[in-house]
Design a binder for this molecule. Structure first.
Ligand SMILES: *Cc1c(COP(=O)(O)O)cnc(C)c1O
Length: 398
């Protein structure tokens, strides 16, 4: 038998000297040249590079329209506006997401309703969604958790039955497909984030794709104060007049950011392939480790693997998730947790949400751990994660 290595948290030698983050952007010289070119151009914002980036993004996911905004959160907010939600309306979403998904509903004065998730994918459970529908329900916001598309077949049938809009929070899912159909074509409005942790980056940024030209018009209005024309259009028409017809925001993205996005987008194929290869390597490495249950992948689905989430079999361990988390951090592995259930946050408790209503999500949360996964990881980095996870779980096995 192999001799047990003392854990770094107990004074042993860490698996890694240099900390490995859970996510990291890849930026190369070509990206930098693109940004510098934009800086030398006439337009730093609302210029032609924004439009080129939008066209490239729409093409990448097979959508007719794309509208880029200053963040994924702004993109979610704009999508909720474009879907026409307002005070008195309800929108159903997942408790296992980043707070921004539900916050976007609150921003427009509507009420988020949380529906429980499926136990093996942690994506929203269509049966739970159906049980949450009321005469006030206007939209469903599924989250493609970890890059695995939600069950859009069931959700679309439900949405059609009740006249609901589907706004996909696909911030994890650029490049994922379901029955061969790319995320971006599965919902009425699909929202991506281009934060540095995501598949491609613009620093901060988000983008909404849709086939609905009127929704795209509303998205453009919303990111520009609710004003009907943008500066460059007025310049072209030698006109100064403009109309503000809705309460919008300054949610614009710059040409400098979009130059980075355009350059990044061209590399998404190999990056996605690398994410998939790393996910496969983890799945194989942990196949016989009974302390770990990976998330399920549905047969019709090709996930985009934004994050690699494991569920700990706590009944086989002498410690809880937080102890495993701390031990792995001490080994130099940047594990994380996605997510604390949104209705558990004090702000949501203040709005009247009470724990206990989402037994599947709330039962999964104490077992969740996110392992590092990004395209720039070397095989040695992946090996370090596997070694550290095995080391820690063997030490804590009961
Ligand atoms: C990243 C993310 C967001 C927000 O995106 P930002 O660009 O950081 O504003 C929203 N929802 C989910 C699920 C995300 O992962």
């Amino acid at each position: 038998m192999k001799e047990k290595q003392p854990l770094a948290i107990a004074g042993g030698r860490p698996v890694r000297a240099a900390f490995l983050p859970y996510a990291r952007q890849t930026v190369d010289e070509e990206d930098i040249r693109g940004v510098v070119d934009a800086l030398r151009s006439d337009w730093l914002t609302t210029g032609p590079v924004v439009e080129r980036y939008e066209a490239a993004f729409a093409e990448a996911v097979g959508a007719r329209q794309a509208v880029a905004l200053s963040s994924g959160t702004a993109a979610l907010h704009a999508a909720v506006f474009a879907a026409g939600l307002g005070p008195g309306d309800e929108a159903i979403t997942s408790p296992i997401t980043f707070a921004a998904t539900a916050n976007a509903v609150l921003y427009q004065g509507a009420r988020p309703v949380f529906a429980d998730v499926e136990p093996d994918t942690l994506t929203i459970d269509p049966a739970a969604v159906a049980a949450c529908v009321t005469p006030r329900t206007r939209a469903v916001l599924p989250v493609d958790y970890a890059g695995h598309p939600a069950d859009y077949d069931a959700l679309r049938a439900l949405a059609a039955r009740h006249g609901l809009a589907i706004i996909a929070d696909a911030c994890h899912a650029l490049g994922a497909t379901r029955r061969g159909v790319p995320v971006g074509r599965l919902a009425d409005l699909t929202v991506f984030s281009t934060h540095p942790a995501k598949h491609v980056t613009t620093g901060e940024g988000g983008i909404v794709v849709t086939d609905d030209a009127d929704a795209a018009r509303r998205l453009r209005l919303f990111r520009n104060h609710g004003i009907t024309t943008e500066t460059r259009e007025r310049l072209g028409q030698s006109a100064y007049a403009y109309e503000m017809v809705a309460l919008g925001y300054n949610y614009r993205i710059t040409d400098v950011q979009c130059a980075l996005g355009l350059s990044q987008l061209a590399k998404r194929g190999p990056w996605l392939a690398r994410r998939r290869a790393i996910a496969t390597r983890y799945a194989e490495a942990f196949r016989n480790l009974k302390e770990i249950q990976p998330l399920a992948v549905r047969e019709a689905v090709e996930p985009a693997w934004h994050i690699y989430v494991i569920r700990l079999a706590l009944d086989r361990l002498a410690v809880d998730r937080d102890a495993v988390f701390q031990a792995l951090r001490a080994e130099g592995i940047g594990v994380n947790v996605h997510y604390i259930p949104v209705p558990w946050h004090p702000y949501y408790e203040g709005l009247g949400y009470r724990r206990g209503a989402w037994p599947v999500a709330e039962g999964a949360f104490p077992r969740l751990l996110t392992l590092p996964l990004f395209p720039g990881m070397t095989d040695a980095d992946v090996g370090d994660v596997v070694a550290a996870v095995s080391k820690v779980l063997e030490a804590y096995r009961r």
